[in-house]
Design a protein around this ligand. Structure first.
Ligand SMILES: O=C(O)c1ccccc1N[C@@H]1O[C@H](COP(=O)(O)O)[C@@H](O)[C@H]1O
Length: 213
């Protein structure tokens, strides 16, 4: 099965084009005011048009209420919603029913025991994203460029469809693939020259590293 690759936190047409030309299966747009990658829904809606028919456009939200999600869905028309906060299984089910869109639920992982949090979401969320726990005092629940011990994913039920995330870079992605052979990868900070500033060269380097793995 081909490896899913999501380039997340895109905010310009040229870096989005680099992600699509590189072969991204998913492109992510952030809706979180404290993030340097934050977009307004209409802005993401204009950008995401280039991804139509080429990659899944993912709206990344954090404990968003119905009004915020309504605006994102109306103005951006995402293919998928990523819920990156403390959403419960009931809330995930509610969001799916309200918007009729697939949901990727994110989890913060540090040790094997953290994977037990996934069970109540199986059959509710369509996909999972395993990210590192944010560093103490961090403003963002994700997009911190921090990795976790990927080996905790070894032995995970192969029926769990997930993206490995957190601190991936062109330098370490081959090692992540070698260690856990994840079905998908998600990168943001690792393809930036500064927080929130995606770099076309680093995006291309990331795809080269994945292909060479
Ligand atoms: O990237 C952000 O600013 C962000 C904000 C709020 C929730 C999630 C966010 N990003 C997600 O975290 C992963 C990992 O990022 P990184 O590669 O470690 O920088 C990113 O791909 C988004 O899915």
């Amino acid at each position: 099965m081909p490896l899913d690759i999501k380039i997340c936190g895109l905010s310009t047409p040229d870096t989005l084009a680099a992600a699509l030309d590189g072969g991204a299966s998913h492109v992510g747009f952030i809706f979180f005011a404290k993030s340097p990658r934050n977009l307004m829904p209409a802005e993401a809606g204009r950008l995401r048009q280039a991804a139509q028919g080429r990659a899944q456009a993912v709206a990344v939200t954090v404990d968003a209420d119905d009004a915020a999600l309504d605006a994102i869905v109306a103005d951006m028309a995402p293919d998928m919603l990523q819920l990156h906060g403390r959403e419960t299984p009931a809330r995930v089910a509610e969001v799916k029913a309200r918007h009729g869109l697939p949901v990727m639920k994110a989890f913060s992982i540090a040790e094997k025991a953290d994977l037990e949090k996934v069970a109540p979401f199986r059959g509710v969320a369509d996909k999972f994203l395993f990210d590192a726990k944010p560093p103490k005092g961090a403003e963002l629940p994700g997009g911190n460029g921090v990795s976790f011990d990927w080996t905790v994913l070894a032995g995970l039920d192969p029926a769990i469809d997930y993206m490995l995330s957190g601190g991936l870079t062109p330098q370490n992605v081959a090692e992540a693939i070698r260690l856990v052979a994840p079905p998908g990868l998600d990168v943001s900070s690792g393809v930036e020259s500064a927080p929130g500033v995606k770099d076309i060269g680093l995006i291309a380097e990331f795809f080269r590293a994945v292909r060479g793995a």
